[in-house]
Design a protein around this ligand. Sequence first.
Ligand SMILES: [Fe+2]
Length: 367
Amino acid sequence: MSIKSIKNQINGLDILWRNGSSSCFPWLWIRDHSESELDLHPDSKQRQIDVFSETPDNTIINSTIDHKNKSVIVRWQDQTYSSISFELLESMATVCLPSAQALNHGTHWNSAREIKIFPEMSYEDFMKNDGPKKWLNHIQRSGFVLVTEAPVTPESTQELMERMAYVRNSIFGGFSVWDNQLENPDDTAFTSLAIEPHTDGTYVHDAPGLQTLHCLKKDSIGGENQLVDGLAIAEKMRIEYPEYFKILSKINIPGRYIKTDTYLEAKRPLFRVNDEGNIVQVSFNNHDRAPFRLDNESMIKFYDAYKVFHNLANDKNRQFQFMLEPGKVLTFDNWRLLHARSALTGYRQLCGGYQNREDFESKLRLI
Ligand SMILES: [Fe+2]
């Protein structure tokens, strides 16, 4: 959409677009969104103009189109001016509530067979200039990526993660190396027990965005990993179980993590939905669910809804099953996929860590 003409109205600047539609931007909005060097810091892109301390006199002298710099210039009676780029005006042409970024709809998978482009790449490819872009695209499309033939060291695994962004700290530390023989494991993840499909961090307000796992040493039987697309379950339930979908989008489910010196608790719906009704985040961990009580009728309905999700997540046909092997680095979207592990016997040593959702989104915007 490009600008055909502009016209000064009493309430604001009218922009007539070439497609025949028009948008009227209030004068105060124009001042507040000015991108001139004085109003928006050219380097930090932080707002310098303050339209609140003193009420601006929004009487205008004129408004013009600066085709060379692709912007609209508004000159005010107080001898100042505002400049707004075509790009910003075009991106704001229609009224739209700011909304949390939704997961990548249209690419969800109900079984491994539905994954059209298998998200796997060699370490050599990952280390090329466009490697991180392909890696991010795989995660964006399928919710996970496997990097094969990777050096089997914690250092190179951490470097792999840091090509995307810094590794996040948590109660488990930052980038970590662990095995299944800890004397006092503080999470089932550090044992040999089976773990049913779940997302990590239901007990923190800002659950980890990405999780990376690399098996460094393996002398074990069992321990297969499973991934399930929570987004696909959400979309299935939205259509086939609309009442349950609504319940799981509304009720804040508490998660908790309790140790001698730690008591974490956070609450959010299983399906976090934005203003447009799209799924932003899936959170599910039956192991870590904290006690809560609704009125009896609502509680039973909640159990019914939760059971449907639980059983779909545990349906083997929906799961992509594979074995973490030395040299194969798994990274997955913890806001979308659920992960699980079968019980194992023997010894395994793993390494990995978490990364923030906003850093993942940031990279996706820039690639
Ligand atoms: Fe986990």
